[in-house]
Design a protein. Structure first.
Lengths: 127, 127
């Protein structure tokens, strides 16, 4: 069965994409794909999203060099979420961390920084 | 810093929750929490969502026995996604699989069932 027969895009034309490091299993980020971003990701092998804030196609790593190469895409039972396994170069997070989920809390709700910071965003994203 | 100072609920009062098996690193499912579900999850240690389809609080595993015990919650850089690490009993997916992401495709888009089926939904959810 074709992936596109199962994926359900929402009323904004988007599907949730969870990105996981294929080697380590670390969850790196959550973003959104429209049909074009999903098609482009499959065609190019370069993971591509739809940026809701910038309202444009977003080839991950195009600015920073921290690209994501596609390994596989899984779809959930409802068809409204994707699990995108990737080879991540550098840090997935624009704040310089390997993962966007770099702050963690337990039952006491207090956040601790648990992620590894790999780069200084000021050096990577300067104009 | 308190987790609730960072989490951003959307216009429907929801935040995306990615659930990951704490032991294996497997991504099990994506669901949604409102403030009450997140508070209840932290208070009880029993992972609880807001069901968008049923429009009610949803204590995972209450019907099936396939509960999720909270290990930790990480929040992403934007505050609009949570990574909930759990001890999963049985299968997370109502279709009987360990993970809801039981179908996977490569660049050819063709889906294969890669997940492990643990139970027959007809036996678990019968009335």
């Amino acid at each position: 069965m074709d992936l596109f027969d199962v994926v359900k895009f929402d009323s904004n034309g988007l599907v949730t994409a969870v990105v996981q490091d294929d080697a380590s299993g670390e969850v790196l980020m959550v973003a959104y794909m429209n049909r074009e971003a999903l098609e482009q990701t499959l065609k190019t092998g370069r993971v591509t999203f739809w940026s809701r804030s910038r309202r444009e196609m977003w080839v991950k790593g195009l600015t920073s060099g921290h690209t994501q190469t596609l390994k596989s895409i899984a779809v959930d039972c409802d068809g409204d979420a994707l699990l995108v396994r990737v080879d991540q170069v550098g840090g997935a997070c624009h704040e310089g961390y390997r993962t966007c989920f770099f702050r963690r809390a337990g039952a006491d709700r207090q956040l601790e920084i648990t992620g590894e910071r790999l780069f200084d965003p000021k050096q990577v994203y300067r104009k």
